[in-house]
Design a protein around this ligand. Structure first.
Ligand SMILES: [Fe+2]
Ligand SMILES: [Fe+2]
Length: 183
């Protein structure tokens, strides 16, 4: 009974946005004065705060990690503190992005957007390939049943269907904008 399947699906959308952010930041570096990142940063920040952090990271921190940190579940090592530190680091980059956007400080915005995207890509790789498989192996069936119930409640609390629809639609809008930019 897998308990990380939905989280891995959420990772896929986060990775798609991380890709757009990286492309936007790259383009801005190669074309000084380009406004594409300034114009789209509010959408990126909205996605990060509402989907990646408030929805996805909250499910990890409030539910999955709590179960994983029960003694005996993770036997070899405990990567949870490192994952929590990376969530905090990500929040710092987003705060910096917001400040840079407000001040129209393009260099800072480019820098923090690129750092956020890189951090999240590495973070998700570690969760998908190390932490989540450890959790699938270590959690008992009783734990998994209880955990899945808590996910359902979390999904209802934030109306996950609505935010999935909102941010899949935004991605469909943003991707062609980025594709239309010449190198
Ligand atoms: Fe995470
Ligand atoms: Fe995650």
């Amino acid at each position: 009974m897998p308990v990380t399947e939905d989280l891995m699906k959420e990772h896929q959308l986060i990775l798609k946005y991380a890709d757009l952010m990286e492309r936007c930041a790259d383009y801005s570096l190669k074309h000084p004065g380009a406004v594409v990142l300034l114009e789209n940063a509010a959408g990126f920040i909205g996605f990060i705060k509402e989907f990646a952090d408030h929805f996805h990271h909250a499910k990890e921190e409030d539910i999955l990690f709590r179960y994983l940190e029960v003694p005996g579940v993770l036997t070899h090592c405990n990567p949870v503190p490192q994952m929590l530190m990376e969530h905090e680091k990500a929040r710092e980059f987003v705060r910096n992005m917001e400040r840079a956007l407000q001040q129209k400080a393009l260099n800072d915005l480019v820098d923090n957007t690129a750092r956020y995207a890189r951090l999240l890509k590495e973070h998700i790789y570690k969760e998908d390939n190390i932490l989540y498989p450890m959790g699938e192996r270590g959690l008992s069936d009783e734990d998994k049943t209880a955990l899945l119930k808590e996910y359902v409640q979390a999904d209802q609390r934030v109306d996950s269907q609505a935010i999935w629809a909102k941010y899949e639609a935004l991605y469909m809008e943003l991707e062609p904008v980025l594709n239309a930019l010449a190198d």
